[in-house]
Ligand binder design. Structure first.
Ligand code: BV8
Length: 264
């Protein structure tokens, strides 16, 4: 049964143990969800449906069917999210993960970051090669085009909805919609890293959306230790060794403190 940790003393003790595990691990992986961007002011996927969007089901808006029904409206939803993301800064949790990656890279240790988030904040925090499993909202590609035709679409807000390529082709956000396959190379890299991870952290995810939610189970099957950081209990909580009830912007910097103490 996992330890569900909420008191400061319990969390501190667990973080010391997790830092020790990290130092003895051949490979470490972190998988993040919308919760890691919450303290940057970006509503989580499920909280996002407020105000005008309250009457829309995000799974419908984030789907091919929803898009072709009303491209302008779906782009309006994405561009409003882009405007919030544009005003947001990486928070202490993003920065702690970038620092961890830098420390591990400096010591020739394996560190993999995979994210379900499309906001680009891990890269802005300094993470070098985040595996963006669900794409990136700052890129777009022709609806009738290839995944590889993605181009940066940085202008925000967009001058016209829906945006079109120079040749007039309708553009779609370069994100993975519900019902769409993830990029097989990215998913393959993430699953392979999870299978190698002696320690895998799942941070800020409700662990409800597959195949991303399968990553921690790939680590558990191979005998890896899985740690969850989330203020709430999730479907993953009963399966992990440690489920830390806390916000990523607070817990991750504390974990990095423990790791850096052990490294000195
Ligand atoms: C696929 C990009 C093969 C777009 C996203 C029926 C039909 C079709 C498919 C399915 C189906 N049934 C099941 C499926 C599979 C489906 C799925 O899993 N559905 C779920 C709803 C059951 N998956 C797919 O469709 C995937 N493709 O399977 O293809 C296929 C094809 C056809 C048919 C079957 C299979 C594609 C999924 C990708 C969808 N795109 N995003 C966009 O963003 O607009 S998903 C989107 O939602 C996010 O990227 C993210 O992945 C997900 C939200 O999850 P979270 O990130 O966890 O966010 P959430 O809000 O849920 O939770 C936040 C957590 O943070 C909470 O737990 C909260 O407590 C915590 N938190 C809050 N504050 C903090 C915090 N934690 C830490 N610190 C804090 N401060």
């Amino acid at each position: 049964m996992p330890s569900q940790l909420a008191s400061d003393a319990e969390i501190r003790r667990a973080l010391t143990g997790i830092a020790r595990l990290a130092l003895h691990a051949r490979s470490v992986m972190v998988s993040t969800g919308a919760g890691v961007s919450a303290e940057s002011g970006i509503p989580t996927f499920r909280d996002a449906q407020t105000g005008l969007w309250a009457r829309y089901d995000p799974v419908m808006l984030a789907s091919y069917q929803g898009f072709v029904l009303d491209p302008a409206n779906v782009w309006r939803w994405y561009d409003e999210r882009r405007q919030v993301m544009q005003q947001s800064e990486p928070n202490a949790g993003h920065l702690a993960l970038a620092r961890w990656e830098e420390l591990w890279r400096g010591q020739g240790r394996e560190f993999t970051l995979a994210t379900q988030n499309i906001d680009g904040l891990h890269s802005r925090a300094g993470s070098q090669v985040p595996i963006e499993l669900h794409g990136n909202i700052w890129y777009a590609r022709p609806l009738d085009g290839q995944y590889s035709e993605a181009q940066e679409l940085a202008q925000c807000p967009l001058p016209e909805l829906p945006p079109r390529a120079a040749d007039g082709r309708l553009l779609r956000p370069h994100v993975v919609w519900f019902g769409e396959m993830l990029d097989s190379l990215l998913l393959g890299r993430a699953m392979a890293a999870a299978g190698r991870a002696d320690l895998l952290l799942v941070v800020g995810s409700s662990s409800q959306v597959y195949p991303a939610a399968a990553l921690p189970h790939a680590a558990l099957r191979k005998g890896g230790t899985v740690v969850e950081i989330n203020p709430d209990e999730t479907e993953l909580s009963p399966h992990v060794q440690h489920s830390i009830r806390g916000r990523s912007g607070e817990i991750l910097p504390l974990l990095l403190e423990e790791i850096e103490t052990l490294l000195t």
